[in-house]
Design a protein around this ligand. Sequence first.
Ligand code: ZN
Length: 242
Amino acid sequence: MEEQLKVLAAMQKLDDKIGQYRVLQEVLPKQLNEIIEKVEQATIDLLAGESEKAEINKTQRSLEGEIKTHQEQIKKYGAQLSAIKTNKEYKALNSEIAYLKDKISEIESQLLALMDNETEIKSRIVECKKALVEAEANKRAKEGDLKAQIATLEEKIESTRAERNKLAVTLPVALIKRYGNMIKNKENQAVAYSRDGSCGGCGFVFRQQMRIELQLRKKIVYCENCGRILLNPIQEDTPKQD
Ligand SMILES: [Zn+2]
């Protein structure tokens, strides 16, 4: 009986390991996706910043062009002034020139605001580039390892399962079946350890009789509530497995 209990404990340890591999099968691909998505997001952010900057520069050029046009017009009007005959015409031309000068100063303040925007977007682009470099470095550092880990998990599960099955064949068939059903239906846990007089699987508090039976280890004790195989942790001694 002692041997059977030890085998059951060792089997559960292997199933715990399989459970951990299964968790990794969920977690690692998510980590991998996150790493790849970060690079994609950083690329998108950088492109958005750059296109925003290009847009600003385009507006700047067109405003500068407008200023130039106005300045040339002012020059033309200035030349015409000397040829003017009437005071009325003179006034009209002068007010036209004043209007264009106002226009120019209006555009100049627009340009100043755009320069502020440009400075801001430039520093944002610097940040985006830094983020992209970091995301790419992180990807280079981790992607291969993660992919390799993911690729070997199924194999690890298979070999651990084979190891467990090798242990299982030493047990009575009915017990193997019961064990297997609990692994399947009881959150991958067929063997539970007693914890302060209660089941480590479901928390059910043992009767005195069960505590004695657990202590004696002369038969397999099942939790009356969850049906798991119960063991006392202290006596559990399986140095061959870890
Ligand atoms: Zn229980």
